[in-house]
Design a protein around this ligand. Structure first.
Ligand SMILES: Cc1cc2nc3c(=O)[nH]c(=O)nc-3n(C[C@H](O)[C@H](O)[C@H](O)COP(=O)(O)OP(=O)(O)OC[C@H]3O[C@@H](n4cnc5c(N)ncnc54)[C@H](O)[C@@H]3O)c2cc1C
Length: 404
């Protein structure tokens, strides 16, 4: 197929936004179809302007950072903790500064807990290709390192408990984190709406991409190895040599539309608690060990807490527990207050299928183009990479290039 096609991108999550941007930049006439009334998918602003959940990017996420550059939003993602990350251990009451660059671990004060020579060798081993078993098994002899460094990394990057997480998923993460600057940690300065989704939509608008919200793809007609039409509620769009489609959908929706497609079957939730609490000072980001909460993001209007792989935890009973954990780290780190004992109003957002579960069983993703006139994108489509914004952007960009 040559350039200058009509391309229908289905799904306005980050993969779909990246696919539409890439395809439009290559000279195709692009329409972006989204089932809901908003763009962003699993990385979106809620109606009140807050984020569904805190999203962190690392320096290693080169495709995602390049996407931010292309939509003119790179400057809006800031490093709240340049150099080292404050990590508070609720069990010991100790606040550490863990260097984000492994070369600075030579300084014992900046080293992750348990990062002895044998522990470091276990990390190097886990980073080798073809490792099998779970992360917990791989670090069974290094419990301090597992609790204080590996588990938080695995929960953040794989959204899977180390007892279930496949060490083969951790390997690529570790290899990418070894590069200079890879550990730099970035968050949206004001939120996913103003710092990601709105700039992306503005960039697409400048490229002439048509956005159709509330336009759910109901079915795909196919004949032999070809996709022949996209079926929406208001009619069908025929696909042919000059008109193609990119499905940038979550795995369960891709499988519904393309029966027989091999997709991840299990998913893991993420729970976020957003406390309406005004703090002074610039955004901050802190880690917590040994409690319910894992990460705390402070922005001027809210304190947000992330609980990855959030098994059964969804009840309001968590609110006072998490708030008391926030208070402890805030007081220990001397964060500008006040930090009253009573929790401020809190909104819980539970994303039940936040990402696939990154377990030991690991089938590769399906082909980029399972049918003629049709390509696939989505965070679950990146070979070897866990499902994150980086994977969503990479697969979106690849699908946007699939038709020339
Ligand atoms: C709470 C939370 C925190 C996270 N934190 C991080 C983080 O810190 N760092 C990180 O890198 N990643 C993080 N992630 C993961 C990241 O958000 C996802 O990997 C990424 O957003 C997935 O993008 P996607 O475009 O592949 O899929 P989606 O975001 O699921 O987009 C798919 C889109 O398709 C639409 N759609 C579905 N069906 C149809 C249909 N039939 N017709 C038309 N449209 C349809 C959906 O409404 C959606 O807009 C987090 C996820 C969650 C939920």
């Amino acid at each position: 197929m040559s350039q200058g096609l009509t391309l229908h991108v289905v799904g306005a999550g980050i993969a779909g936004l990246a696919a539409a941007l890439e395809a439009a930049a290559r000279g195709h006439a692009v329409t972006l179809h989204e089932a809901t009334g908003f763009a962003g998918g699993r990385a979106r602003a809620l109606p009140d302007g807050g984020d569904n959940g805190t999203h962190v990017l690392l320096g290693a996420n080169t495709a995602a950072l390049d996407f931010l550059e292309r939509i003119g939003a790179r400057h809006r993602w800031i490093e709240p903790e340049p150099g080292s990350l404050p990590v508070y251990d609720l069990a010991t009451g100790r606040l550490r500064q863990v260097a984000l660059d492994p070369r600075r671990w030579r300084d014992p004060a900046r080293r992750p807990p348990g990062m002895t020579w044998p522990g470091f060798l276990a990390v190097l081993r886990a980073g080798l290709p073809w490792q099998g078993g779970t992360v917990a098994e791989a670090f069974a002899r290094h419990p301090v390192l597992l609790r204080g460094f590996v588990a938080p990394l695995v929960l953040a990057a794989l959204n899977t408990d180390p007892a279930e997480a496949g060490v083969a998923w951790l390997g690529p993460v570790l290899r990418r984190l070894a590069r200079p600057g890879a550990g730099r940690l970035l968050v949206a300065r004001d939120g996913l709406g103003p710092d990601l989704v709105q700039p992306a939509l503005a960039a697409l608008g400048r490229q002439g991409v048509r956005l159709q919200l509330g336009h759910r793809l109901r079915g795909i007609e196919r004949q032999g190895g070809r996709a022949t039409a996209l079926v929406f509620g208001d009619g069908a769009v025929p696909l042919d040599r000059r008109t193609a489609a990119i499905l940038a959908l979550p795995p369960w929706e891709a499988a519904r539309l393309l029966p027989g497609l091999a997709v991840p079957a299990q998913h893991a939730p993420i729970l976020n608690l957003h406390f309406a609490h005004a703090t002074g000072g610039p955004p901050r980001f802190l880690g917590l060990l040994g409690g319910a909460a894992q990460w705390v993001l402070l922005r001027p209007g809210a304190v947000s807490v992330t609980i990855s792989a959030a098994g059964g935890q969804a009840s309001d009973a968590l609110v006072p527990v998490v708030w008391s954990e926030i208070r402890r780290v805030a007081l220990a780190a001397g964060l500008p207050g006040p930090w009253p004992e009573t929790p401020p109003p809190c909104r819980l957002v539970r994303e039940q299928r936040a990402t696939p579960l990154h377990g030991v069983e690991r089938a590769g993703p399906p082909r980029l183009r399972p049918l003629r006139h049709l390509a696939l994108a989505g965070d679950w489509m990146a070979p070897g990479l866990p499902a994150t914004l980086e994977a969503a952007v990479r697969t979106g960009r690849r699908a946007g290039q699939a038709f020339g």
